[in-house]
Design a protein around this ligand. Sequence first.
Ligand code: G6P
Length: 606
Amino acid sequence: MCGIIGINSNKPVSGTIINSLKKLEYRGYDSAGIATLSSGQINEVKSEGRVDNLEKNSLVQNMNGTIGIGHVRWATHGLPNSINAHPHSSQNVSVVHNGIIENSTLLKKFLVGKGHKFKSQTDTEVIVHLITENLKTEDIVNSIKKTLKALHGSFALGIIFKDHPDLIIGARRGSPLAVGYGPNENYLGSDSYALKSMTNKITYLNDGEFCVIKKDHVEFFDEEGVKVNKKVLELSSEEKKYDKGDYKHFMAKEIEEQPTTLKNGIKEYLDNSNNDINIYNFPWKVNEISSITLIGCGTAYHSCLMAKYWFEELTSLDVNIDIASEFRYRKNRFKSDTLYVFVSQSGETADTYAALDLCNRNNMKTCSVVNVIESSIARDSKFVLPIHCGTEIGVASTKAFVGQMLILYILALKLGLMRKDIEKEIFLEKLKDLKKLPELVKETLLTDNKIQTISSTFNEAKGSMFLGRGFSYPIALEGALKLKELSYIHAEGYPAGEMKHGPLALIEEGMPVVVLAPRDNYYKKTISNMQEVIARGAKVLLITNKSKDEIVSENIWETIEVETANDDLLPFLLTIPLQKLAYYSALKKGYDIDKPRNLAKSVTVE
Ligand code: G6P
């Protein structure tokens, strides 16, 4: 995944391109580059590392041109250095690309045979030379059509041409791409977030389409080169500006925003006047659904796992969960009475999208739980449940995880009621408890100082473990993932009861182990598992909820008590100290918290 921007204007564009690239850094930040057309030629500047490095480059500061493209990269083919950074250019053509060209080796061989010289190790460079080659015999639209047909794999492209100084071409297959409209200028961007500071008028390209962007109008074509008419969408302006405020990092801000995230979600979905959950426009009858399959990647997969426990508790549906990258290539037995739920913050994750697409092509009931409502996953699923948690910038997801869990819990409750799997009184009781959740999360956020001190032990250790049972198990996985992502510390999440079947061998004197043992049905069992690791020398950080009952165990290194809630809601509260542990551990190490190494926020490649 990478970020693309293109601007065709009558004013110089390099400054605006750099600013837009900064907004796109969540998609990739190992290198960045820009190309503009001026004095009849393509000028290209590229830098390793962040957009800041590119901006400081004196060549960029002196860059002219009223038409240009820019890119932030997350390396797939070739090292993250300035040579492999995009744009890639020949004398005639310059290209920025998000995606992977699977037949690049074959195409390169063919192009080298024709005398083309390659400078980088990237798959993208074949596109540059292929267009250059096709332009020898074809007009611009046909050369693009012919080039795109020859490419296997996924791409979003932005292209400028020395001999066509009035236009930018955008093209999409698999990877998302949007066009934006401004006064006497038009834009190309990987997503609406990058374009929002310039316009709220957007058109999304569908798979296989390409477009010709001129200053005053844009034309769209299907893969056969036939013109298509597209709608212009007006985006809501509410999220035009999202900054760190007084926080050091977006992640810190996003952690603190979680009570508001929950409040907003609850406000959107709880119908107070009828004491009900408002999913009234759910398009299927309950007797049409007998099972549910939840699909996601990374943190979103953990919220699917969490939801499995809730759906099993609150409904009689068969519940399956799947990692999107596995689901999409397995021999799935599609069933028309299954509801397929796709969970994604960005709504652009390539594997999740491909899994959705597969279900749609098999005529399945598809529903998505997404944060970005203009995203591809939201647009292409038959029913959408927005998370309403606002923009999330930190690469490691926090408030979106909590937001996803909330919506999935609400869906489980509602389906449980609709199917008569839970009694109305129980449903009402749980709604009442749910309304208190934002306040409980707010209280739990106050356990700060202790976690800061505790995080040093994790930083000194070779590795760590996160254990939980039942409702706490998905949270243990998420806690371990957060620590890995941010602090680069080896951290494994395990079901506490599974330790004795192998992982216990890893425990050695002084190893930090987080044990999630709230006072729920699993409490006693988890405490026994905790004692097994303490007996082998582990330094246990016990995370439980406040209770008048004493904890009957010796030699616990540290204990953190979150607020108390009904068992269903404890996972939300247990999540908070784990997010903070990862945050403080990375802060002490001086790592880049909002942009951890090798990662990206939106993973639009397989
Ligand atoms: C990336 C992010 C993770 C996220 C995952 C799925 O790996 O770094 O934080 O959980 O993608 O993203 P999605 O947007 O589909 O939730």
